[in-house]
Design a protein around this ligand. Structure first.
Ligand SMILES: *[C@@H]1O[C@H](CO)[C@@H](O)[C@H](O)[C@H]1NC(C)=O
Ligand SMILES: *[C@@H]1O[C@H](CO)[C@@H](O)[C@H](O)[C@H]1NC(C)=O
Ligand SMILES: *[C@@H]1O[C@H](CO)[C@@H](O)[C@H](O)[C@H]1NC(C)=O
Ligand SMILES: *[C@@H]1O[C@H](CO)[C@@H](O)[C@H](O)[C@H]1NC(C)=O
Ligand SMILES: *[C@@H]1O[C@H](CO)[C@@H](O)[C@H](O)[C@H]1NC(C)=O
Ligand SMILES: *[C@@H]1O[C@H](CO)[C@@H](O)[C@H](O)[C@H]1NC(C)=O
Ligand SMILES: *[C@@H]1O[C@H](CO)[C@@H](O)[C@H](O)[C@H]1NC(C)=O
Ligand SMILES: *[C@@H]1O[C@H](CO)[C@@H](O)[C@H](O)[C@H]1NC(C)=O
Ligand SMILES: *[C@@H]1O[C@H](CO)[C@@H](O)[C@H](O)[C@H]1NC(C)=O
Ligand SMILES: CC(=O)N[C@H]1CO[C@H](CO)[C@@H](O)[C@@H]1O
Length: 490
């Protein structure tokens, strides 16, 4: 607890910060009004234990937007967080961390208030130890959401606490149901310079209710994500545990410069569509050092759905997925697609460790998708008990509506897979391209798939490429067929 004197002092600092903005004498009457307003606001948000606004002692005014330099490879990222001028706790806004009291209005009020500091040095909202039940709330720019040790944000079990929002233009409808979709628990649109981090605090979507609605076919609208950021850039998501998302867990869409690292993402292994991280029509994304176990793909790169994704034409590009490990019994370690209609290119996947899963690396597309998948580099993959280590597949008539174009075939060219060891896999690679749209430049080198029955053979259709040092012996379409000059590793 801070003494009264300290409270007074930092309040002065706060006002001083506001005053600093307006120096011209002619602003004086306006300034007075502003000061009065500021005092009223700060009185309103006071609770019994009234914590004042703390001005971060580390704050240097010129630095706040310089922290994010998206490096070539995000391993060069310093890990330094941006300094925010104003730091407040959710308790300052009257939050109650008992796991029962709803904090929906409290979080919304906190962000509304902190939005006022977006162009004045930014702000940070701390969530201390405790269980903070809440419905959906939005983030703001130049903002850090910081979950301290043992802080748990718990998603509301009331469906109307996850209001319906417009479908994404690149999907044309909700992914699961026609029309709008439930907003994510934590949401942001059109933001810049946002950090979601902490001391391994937890955001728990309590998704079971939503999975039940899906299983018993009573779901009215597409389920919400745990975290969705849309049209945003300079984003860092790190050092937290996300669990039990109703739907895909982290969904950056139409974003650029996104770093996601040191995350633990958990959901029951049978929870439907609980993908870990789905960069969707995003560029410059780095996903590093994450542990993910869930009921769907650990990481899935996407870019919109059929005619809607084709029309929007927003590709996913320059994405690095590195040192990700985990398990998903019915899906894949890394999936490309199946929604890929805006195009996907320049993807690097390195040091992936997957176990007890249906597939290791999977490329999913179909007729009607259009778009392209190009320049995908996959290396240093280890798999244990993964059924089909490498799989290219066509979808199963999964289209948004009947206006999809059967002539819109995807172009797949340049998939480079090297240094793969899979033990106790049950099937050789299954590589199904698309009729009249052969997948080209499929290059594989130094791949050992061990533990297969002697009878296990590669299944290839509509693919061409080149392989070297691959065991068991590949299908004829890839067996040293054609020239290897376009395989960068040869
Ligand atoms: C995350 O945690 C690691 C290990 O404790 C630390 O080195 C790093 O600075 C933290 N922050 C970010 C942004 O990754
Ligand atoms: C965020 O901060 C930067 C630098 O301080 C500023 O230029 C920018 O306008 C701020 N963004 C918003 C939305 O206020
Ligand atoms: C959050 O943002 C979405 C649009 O991005 C908007 O529809 C919704 O009303 C906002 N919610 C709140 C509580 O402001
Ligand atoms: C964070 O918490 C999760 C869940 O409790 C745990 O599995 C993980 O090991 C923790 N991560 C770190 C870096 O402590
Ligand atoms: C479906 O699941 C929801 C959520 O658990 C439940 O409220 C509802 O009663 C279930 N409906 C049926 C028909 O089982
Ligand atoms: C794709 O990646 C290559 C390096 O692999 C880079 O030279 C090129 O600029 C990238 N393309 C785009 C459009 O960013
Ligand atoms: C694969 O791992 C090796 C050894 O750690 C490393 O030299 C190489 O750069 C990695 N491959 C890629 C594409 O990062
Ligand atoms: C082949 O891949 C294995 C496993 O990733 C790796 O240890 C080995 O160094 C690679 N061999 C060559 C010649 O690159
Ligand atoms: C070899 O590749 C070409 C295209 O590069 C393809 O037309 C041909 O069918 C392939 N040969 C075999 C034996 O699959
Ligand atoms: C190739 C390989 O590692 N095979 C292993 C599969 O699993 C059994 C036990 O479940 C091991 O004994 C094999 O060595």
């Amino acid at each position: 607890m801070q003494s009264e004197e300290k409270i007074m002092e930092s309040e002065k600092l706060n006002l001083h910060a506001l005053v600093g903005k307006f120096r011209k004498p002619s602003w004086a009457p306006f300034l007075l009004l502003l000061l009065t307003l500021a005092i009223i606001i700060s009185l309103q948000i006071k609770t019994k234990s009234a914590y004042p606004i703390r001005v971060s002692p580390f704050y240097g005014s010129s630095e706040s937007d310089q922290w994010f330099v998206y490096p070539e490879t995000c391993s060069g990222f310093s890990g330094k967080l941006p300094r925010r001028k104003v730091v407040l706790s959710i308790k300052d806004f009257g939050g109650v961390g008992d796991g029962k009291t709803s904090n929906t209005e409290t979080f919304r009020r906190a962000v509304r208030y902190m939005q006022g500091f977006a162009d004045r040095g930014g702000s940070q909202l701390n969530v201390p130890a405790g269980t903070w039940l809440t419905g959906s709330f939005n983030l703001t720019s130049n903002f850090t959401l910081f979950l301290e040790k043992d802080a748990v944000i718990l998603g509301s079990q009331e469906t109307d606490e996850w209001p319906i929002i417009e479908p994404l233009p690149s999907y044309g409808r909700g992914r699961e149901r026609l029309g709008g979709r439930h907003i994510s628990l934590i949401h942001g649109d059109g933001l810049t310079n946002v950090v979601i981090t902490g001391q391994n605090g937890t955001i728990d979507g309590q998704g079971k209710m939503w999975w039940d609605l899906w299983w018993n076919r009573t779901l009215q609208h597409t389920r919400g994500h745990l975290l969705e950021l849309k049209n945003s850039h300079n984003i860092l998501i790190s050092n937290l545990t996300f669990r039990d998302s109703p739907f895909w867990t982290i969904h950056p869409v139409y974003c650029r410069n996104v770093i996601i690292r040191g995350m633990t993402i958990l959901a029951p292994l049978n929870a439907p569509n609980t993908d870990g991280i789905d960069p969707d029509s995003c560029t410059n994304v780095c996903i590093e050092d994450c542990y993910i176990e869930s009921g769907d793909d650990l990481v899935a790169v996407k870019s919109g759905w059929d005619q809607y994704g084709i029309a929007m034409a927003r590709p996913s590009s320059n994405i690095i997925v590195r040192r990700v490990s985990g398990t998903t019994p019915t899906c894949s370690g890394v999936g490309i697609g199946s929604e890929m209609s805006g195009g996907i290119f320049n993807i690097t996947i390195d040091h992936l460790h997957v176990w007890n899963s249906a597939a290791g690396v999977r490329i999913k597309t179909d007729k009607g998708r259009g778009g392209y998948i190009a320049n995908i580099k996959i290396s240093n993959i280890t798999m244990d008990r993964v059924k089909v280590p490498i799989r290219f597949s066509r979808g199963s008539n999964d289209h948004p509506d009947d206006r999809w174009d059967p002539k819109a075939v995807p172009k797949v060219k340049g998939i480079y897979i090297t240094n793969v060891v899979s033990v106790n896999s049950t099937k050789a690679p299954v590589l199904q391209g698309i009729k009249d749209a052969q997948f080209e430049e499929i290059c594989m080198k130094n791949i050992s798939l061990l533990g297969l029955a002697a009878s296990a053979t590669w299944q290839c259709e509509f693919v061409s490429g080149f392989t070297s040092q691959v065991f068991p012996s590949p299908c004829p379409q890839l067996h040293k067929n054609g020239t290897s000059s376009w395989c960068s590793f040869s």
